[in-house]
Ligand binder design. Structure first.
Ligand SMILES: Cc1ncc(COP(=O)(O)O)c(C=O)c1O
Length: 354
């Protein structure tokens, strides 16, 4: 007998989620591989985190349900506090959703390609993950989704890794058509033209998740928000780890939500650089779809992304290359600062020249 015999078969059989590469602290790289925000955290938010890092706060447990954060989030987004659940990153909310709605054998359905953590979390629950294709132009194949008999549906909007945003009218129609919770993963919504929060009032089976890792430059703090019908939120709280969001993260989250305007210039800068980068890549022969997120997916001119990924890495620039067949011909590139994007473009020119 050994570990292989003791471990649950679902866990033994799975590879585990593969996060993007994180360089060692102090290593000098241009990091365009995990869609962080290249701009600094506003001073108001850093100040609140520093203030919370005091012996008396750290000695005690934090608020179990992050009450003050939920109130600030409700105010910021025009909802009620009992519609808000706070997570240790939005990944934590995805875990809560799986724990709440997916038991052994149940189906989780998502239009793909999409965020590969959904598959991992489904396997951990002993559920079955079923991908359906996106329709033409990023539309939803509602019939394919309902036919897959979901216990839970994931829609990533804007989508990863391509960056398009499916039509909100179709999201509403799917909520009506499916007898299951629909999770709208809005990790990248801060960079998009619109979002699905307005659909919550009409659709009690809709759950919207957000992260502080992208728009708010706080990936290291690990914070996410879930917005749902109060009855759904109540169930999510039951499966939450007791003190899932630490005291520093709660202080940072509250300050961020109370100072949303402080983030707008950073978000606008990313949107402007996204447009410039898209244009510059197209001029160089890359196939780039319009993106509503803080990254672009660029099909390389010769159709094989792997050598480009390696050549960029040799020059100290990290981007993401996914070996899966339908993604292997491109690179997912996070939008950096103007300077970082210029360095990237210069490097791509040098690689193209061989
Ligand atoms: C679609 C999507 N959802 C969720 C997350 C997780 O974000 P967080 O850092 O809040 O856990 C990511 C991170 O890259 C993502 O791409």
């Amino acid at each position: 007998m050994g570990v292989a015999d003791w471990v649950r078969p679902e866990i033994g059989a799975m590879a585990g989620y593969q996060p993007g590469e994180q360089p060692a602290p102090g290593e000098r790289v241009i990091k365009l591989n995990t869609n962080e925000n290249p701009h600094p955290v506003p001073a108001e938010v850093l100040g609140a985190i520093r203030e919370a890092a005091a012996a008396e706060t750290l000695r005690r447990y934090p608020s179990p349900d992050a009450g003050a954060v939920r109130e600030s989030a409700a105010r910021a987004y025009g909802l009620a506090p009992d519609q808000v659940v706070v997570g240790n990153g939005s990944d934590d909310l995805l875990t809560m959703l799986l724990r709440t709605f997916v038991g052994p054998g149940a189906h989780v359905v998502a239009p793909a390609p999409t965020y590969s953590l959904y598959d991992t979390l489904t396997r951990i629950q002993g559920g079955t993950y079923r991908e359906v294709p996106w329709g033409v132009g990023g539309s939803l194949l509602t019939r394919a989704i309902t036919d897959a008999d979901p216990a839970l549906v994931f829609l990533t909007r804007p989508n990863a890794p391509f960056g398009f945003a499916c039509d909100l009218g179709q999201v509403a129609a799917l909520c009506r058509a499916v007898d299951a919770p629909v999770v709208l993963d809005e990790a990248y919504a801060d960079f998009a033209d619109d979002n699905g929060l307005g659909l919550l009032a009409e659709h009690p089976n809709l759950i919207v998740t957000r992260t502080f890792s992208k728009g708010f430059s706080l990936a290291g703090l690990r914070l996410g928000l879930g917005f749902a019908h109060p009855e759904v939120a109540e169930q999510l709280h039951k499966v939450r780890d007791s003190y899932n969001v630490d005291a520093l993260a709660q202080a940072g989250a509250k300050a961020a939500l109370d100072h949303l305007d402080a983030f707008r210039p950073n978000i606008e800068a990313v949107r402007q650089e996204r447009a410039r980068l898209t244009q510059a890549l197209r001029q160089r022969g890359f196939g780039v779809a319009d993106s509503q997120a803080n990254f672009v997916f660029a099909r390389v001119p010769d159709g094989d992304g792997a050598p480009w990924y390696r050549a960029l890495k040799e020059r100290g620039i990290l981007v993401r290359h996914f070996p899966a067949e339908e993604l292997a011909e491109g690179l997912r590139i996070s939008v950096g600062t103007a300077e970082e994007n210029d360095t990237l473009l210069t490097a791509l020119d040098a690689i193209a020249e061989g």
